[in-house]
Ligand binder design. Structure first.
Ligand code: AQP
Length: 333
């Protein structure tokens, strides 16, 4: 059976190792499987739920597409486009916001985290963000959605909205999208093992970018927060050492060895020795991707063509869904 895949990434800054290991690496595997039809979206309408600098947003859209392609997503196999290029997303979000219940949105933990203490000052868009995400997914009849751990709750909400729509209109119109989780746990900040690695963290030392030079990677791993003990002998002794645990998770995800095996390999060794090996495997991973991103960014004509072709394909699929929704809801004669 063909799986219909949809996922998106916000162009809110340079993509980092967390975005790569938590999402893009998975997108590449899905793109390479001929049983899948994939749609990968640069979700710029999601990005503007918090204030963006217009010039930076434009260049971040290009850089996100460049990172997709440099990491191995093939625009000939998968549809790559930016959300604002396909108006059906905004219309779908409005329609679904009339299906979603405010009680459901009030439970979203990401809104609480992102809005912080002053919820009154957060944009309405930040609050209704998960409804736009539901529209993104449901417009393409997506059956499978690769998401990081942090987006699981939003996907649940998309399923609730799809189910309510189907019940309200009495037919199985939307498939209920399943999450595709990869085995990597959430990648945490290099400065604080309890905070996720994020584009918007004020410290650039908290994240490794997919465009970082070898020297940047070396410095960031060297400066990453650890403690003065030796490497742990087993998983149990990682208790209370979130930063070391995070670095071990990164090593395991990049090397594709189990965490258990990585712990065994470095048991009782100096942290500096582990950091040096971690730096080497990170450079091996990032160097070719980073140099390809730089090449692609210089070829704006190519990147714009990918986005334009992708938007045309996405428009023709989503227009059919919108027209069927209109019919079902009585929005046209
Ligand atoms: N630290 C992370 N570990 C694992 N996965 C992650 N993702 C993001 N950070 C991590 C996954 O990357 C995909 C794209 O994320 P996004 O850019 O659309 O939104 P985000 O989760 O809000 O990412 P950031 O980096 O934290 O951006 P800002 O700072 O702008 O909010 C998603 O699948 C996400 O799970």
């Amino acid at each position: 059976m063909i799986k219909k895949i949809f996922s998106g990434v916000q162009p809110t800054g340079n993509l980092h190792l967390g975005n790569y290991l938590g999402a893009i690496k998975n997108f590449v595997d899905l793109n390479n499987d001929s049983n899948n039809e994939c749609v990968f979206c640069v979700v710029d309408l999601h990005a503007i739920t918090v204030k963006q600098n217009p010039r930076e947003l434009k260049s971040n859209i290009q850089e996100t597409v460049a990172t997709f392609i440099a990491s191995g997503i093939d625009p000939k196999r998968s549809i790559i486009f930016n959300q604002s290029g396909v108006p059906a997303h905004a219309e779908g979000a409005w329609i679904l916001s009339c299906v979603a219940r405010t009680g459901w949105l009030n439970r979203m933990t990401q809104f609480k985290e992102k809005a912080g203490k002053d919820k009154e000052k957060a944009s309405v868009g930040l609050y209704s963000y998960p409804v736009l995400m539901a529209a993104d997914i449901l417009l393409y009849d997506a059956t499978h959605v690769p998401v990081g751990d942090d987006q699981k709750q939003h996907l649940e909400l998309s399923r609730d909205i799809a189910h309510k729509f189907n019940t309200d209109y009495g037919l199985d119109f939307f498939p209920l999208p399943e999450p595709v989780m990869n085995n990597n746990t959430r990648i945490m900040s290099l400065r604080d093992g309890n905070k996720k690695m994020s584009k918007s963290d004020s410290s650039s030392y908290s994240r490794i970018l997919m465009t970082d030079s070898n020297d940047d990677i070396r410095t960031k791993i060297k400066k990453s927060k650890t403690d003065s003990m030796k490497m742990p002998n087993d998983e149990l002794s990682l208790d209370g050492r979130p930063e070391i645990s995070n670095l071990l998770n990164i090593f395991s995800a990049v090397s594709k060895e189990s965490k258990e095996l990585v712990i065994k390999k470095f048991a009782g060794k100096e942290i500096s020795e582990f950091k040096s090996d971690l730096t080497d495997i990170l450079i091996d991973l990032i160097e070719p991707i980073s140099s390809e991103i730089k090449k692609l960014i210089d070829d704006k004509g190519f990147l714009n063509k990918v986005l334009q072709d992708g938007a045309n394909k996405a428009k023709s699929i989503s227009a059919v869904t919108i027209s069927e929704i209109h019919d079902l809801m009585g929005l046209k004669s």
